[in-house]
Ligand binder design. Structure first.
Ligand SMILES: NC(=O)C1=CN([C@@H]2O[C@H](COP(=O)(O)OP(=O)(O)OC[C@H]3O[C@@H](n4cnc5c(N)ncnc54)[C@H](OP(=O)(O)O)[C@@H]3O)[C@@H](O)[C@H]2O)C=CC1
Ligand SMILES: O=C(O)C1=N[C@H](C(=O)O)C[C@H](O)C1
Length: 263
């Protein structure tokens, strides 16, 4: 059976990748796309209903899974609609603030919802091995993260960098709110041991690179993930859509549930 999907932000970088992959696969039916009116030109050629808001799209495809890689306010509005209609939602949007994430968590109690700032298997693997690496190396090793993205990216640091920072801070029993240092300038002084630097570079058409550094005495370890294309993110989101339709609402699901076997 093919899974009907509605793609939010279909004219965007991720939206257009998702629509292409959904059209190419027999596992999915592109049941609708949502895009702002001024950016909808050309989307009719996709051969599915083109709507300017999610409610209209769902009226034409009431069983669809909604996939949203847009912007925080748009994502929250879509999640509120889906929580009323009961449609599952897969969210890849980053740059959400704490209140927005808390609202998603609340909506997800009664609506099937999946959110991950990075849908690639490679980054998920990093989140699993980094705590172990941190433990083996020990607290003599200073941890820093750099991320590089294309010059169109609006949020910084990337959602992935924030997630990796949370994982690393958690591995040392630290609270990221206390230890995160986001880009140094001026006269910050010597680096405290209890700190986690996170630094964002922007330029060109870089899809997404993340490097975690462990700087130790006389050596350093670097662990890098580089995305070569947006297809791995889109494939992860489509995989999450298939997985989500068989779930019950159970809080905000993520890659740990999809790939780590958590219920
Ligand atoms: N989780 C993951 O694996 C990944 C997450 N991302 C995240 O996904 C998000 C989108 O990234 P990207 O595709 O590069 O960004 P784009 O700006 O290319 O795409 C966002 C799209 O959403 C559209 N949009 C804005 N408002 C609305 C609206 N009201 N209704 C429908 N569509 C709307 C935008 O239109 P307009 O141009 O008019 O604003 C645009 O087409 C970002 O938060 C990014 O960080 C990206 C890659 C992977
Ligand atoms: O905006 C992007 O492009 C990406 N955003 C995600 C993030 O913020 O982590 C994931 C990926 O790195 C690409």
């Amino acid at each position: 059976m093919s899974v009907p999907v509605i793609i939010m932000g279909a004219g965007g970088r991720m939206g257009s990748t998702l629509t292409r992959l959904a059209l190419e696969s027999e596992k999915f039916v592109l049941a609708g796309v949502v895009e702002r009116a001024e950016y909808s030109a050309g989307l009719e050629s996709l051969g599915c209903p083109v709507a300017h808001d999610l409610e209209d799209a769902l009226a034409a495809a009431p069983e669809a899974v909604v996939i949203d890689f847009t912007a925080p306010e748009v994502t929250l509005a879509a999640a509120r609609v889906a929580s009323r209609t009961g449609n599952p939602v897969v969210i890849g949007t980053t740059g959400l603030n704490g209140a927005q994430i808390a609202e998603l968590e609340k909506l997800a109690v009664s609506c099937r919802m999946f959110w991950s700032p990075n849908m690639s298997v490679g980054v998920y693997a990093l989140t699993r091995i980094l705590p172990e690496l941190s433990r083996i190396l020990g607290e003599d090793y200073d941890m820093e993260i750099t991320e590089i993205h294309h010059h169109h990216k609006k949020d910084a640091p990337s959602g992935t960098a924030v997630r990796l920072a949370q994982v690393l801070a958690g591995a040392r029993g630290w609270d990221l709110a206390d230890v995160g240092n986001y880009g140094r300038h001026g006269l910050p002084g010597a680096r405290p041991a209890r700190e986690l630097g996170v630094h964002a570079l922007r330029g060109g058409d870089v899809v997404g690179d993340h490097t975690v550094y462990f700087f130790g005495p006389g050596e350093r370890v670097e662990v890098t993930h580089r995305a070569h294309s947006r297809e791995n993110f889109a494939r992860g989101a489509l995989r999450a859509a298939v997985w989500l339709i068989t779930r019950e609402p159970g809080g905000l699901y993520g890659m740990d549930h999809l790939l780590g076997g958590l219920a």
